[in-house]
Design a protein. Structure first.
Length: 123
């Protein structure tokens, strides 16, 4: 077996975020930031669409054994994302409407994408 489970999880996360960025760009979004971090947490993607600033959480799963990817965005995760987004907005020169989106990606065998769902204004 090549790589640890943690290495495989991180690789799937990077792949998922790459796919989410390509999807968003195809929908007309401009990617402003990726993996913006503070001591409180991280925003996967910050994107702009006109006057809209979207904070996008990306979740991926291999199959459905543990539920849908979006189901892993828990109330505590939502609170953390909101705190980090507020810090981002206090530091970044952006304005306009703010929205929190989730992109859920389900993978099948061989890391093929079986489904990508974009939930706008998820929370």
């Amino acid at each position: 077996m090549v790589g640890s489970a943690d290495d495989r999880r991180k690789a799937l996360g990077r792949l998922s975020e790459d796919l989410a960025c390509r999807y968003l760009e195809g929908e007309g979004f401009e990617i402003i930031e990726r993996n913006w971090r503070t001591c409180d947490g991280e925003i996967d993607i910050v994107a702009r669409y006109g006057d809209l600033v979207a904070f996008v959480e990306v979740k991926a799963r291999r199959g459905t054994r543990f539920g849908e990817p979006e189901e892993s965005v828990t109330p505590s995760k939502i609170r953390r994302i909101r705190r980090v987004a507020a810090e981002y907005l206090s530091q970044a020169p952006v304005s306009g409407e703010v929205r929190f989106d989730v992109i859920g990606i389900r993978f099948g065998a061989g890391e093929t994408v079986t489904e990508l769902r974009h939930t706008e204004a998820a929370f």
